[in-house]
Unconditional design. Sequence first.
Length: 446
Amino acid sequence: MKQKSRGFFRSGQKEKLFWLLIPVMLAIALLFMAPGAAAETKPAYALVNCRIFPVSGPSIDRGTILIRDGLIEAIGPADKVTVPDDAEVIEAGGLTAYPGLISGHTNLFLEIKEQEQTQTPADFMSAYTQPSEPQEFPELQVFKEIKPKKQTVESWQKAGITTVVVAPSRGIFQGQSVILNLNGDQASAMVLKQPWALHINFTTERGGIYPSSLMGTVAFIRQKFYDTIHYSLHQKKYLSSPRFLKRPEYDPFLEALMPFVVDKKPVVFQCNNQEDIKRALRLVEEFKLNAILAGCNEAWRAAEHLKKARIPLLVTLDFRPPGTSLYNQQGEAVRKKAEAEIYPGNAAALLKENISFALTSFGLSESSFVKNLQAAIKAGLSPEAALKALTIEPARILGLDRQLGTLEPGKIANLILTRGDLFGEKTRVVKVLVDGILFNYEEKGQ
């Protein structure tokens, strides 16, 4: 008697069925995966009927900007850009679109003591409790210290700023900065470059700790640079031929300096007055550093030196005279007069000397930044130059000009929409996009 098959199919039929079912199983798997993939896709926006200042080219009176997946997909006159069916259309008639502004030097999201808020950048160090020994932090990555807050992000967005450099603020060798997009309050999602540059400040140690004078500070910096070069050479020699050669002792301080002194990654010198600018330029020339000067609210006083050096400048719009200035030592009336009439002309003077620079909000609140920017324009800085100094110029200095600084297809969708010309006293930022994420600040009835 023939034995019945225990299964529904013979072995050959099973194999055939298996291969027939593979496409079905794949289709089912894709159905389950689809919702997750869609959730990761950012929405597409079409900003229509807005006036556009792309910076990289002439303005467009009535244009359209398409944004998809956080990037600018297309931009141009309304009759030359087709709006896709899946885009959310945002009527922007009466609004003007600009690239998001970039502040190349800030201390945002750092927990700075209350007494520091009233001080000038040159005086920040005095607010810290002084240790018994010099405390330097070249290895510090400020990204690990920041605590972004939604309220702070929104307040700077309303001032038009969408990208910032957050720099450390303590010590001579202060540590390494990070570049952030102000797209929310989650630090990891905000990072554009981490780390960006090493920051050095011409300050002194208190309480009799060396260095206790600016001459000592410069000597301290130079010695550390020379130590780093020697340390690097010893390491290379040992790695190439370790036999009969003493192993170099590990030094975390010098290890932290090597990428900047030897490999020429960016070094930012905080220049709190004209003499700091001259000190920095001498160090840059001596060690052939890839340097940027920040602060520089007395840059016009060192214009001849800067013209020869041709080093990028991150110029603060903080008009408070430094503590070393004569204006700050002749009474409050003289200081306030200088703050109102002399220091606002710094940027215009640099422009007249054909010295390139970016403007920053360093040392300022968001309201002071807007107010001082308008003051700099009244003092002779053209609106066109001001726009470049807050968009394409800082993007170039930060090495991000392929991603930021202008409104062009393929670049990150960082832009602001204003009601009125950007630098007008009554102008308001009403919409902001950062990484293609839309923030709406237009009040009802506008």
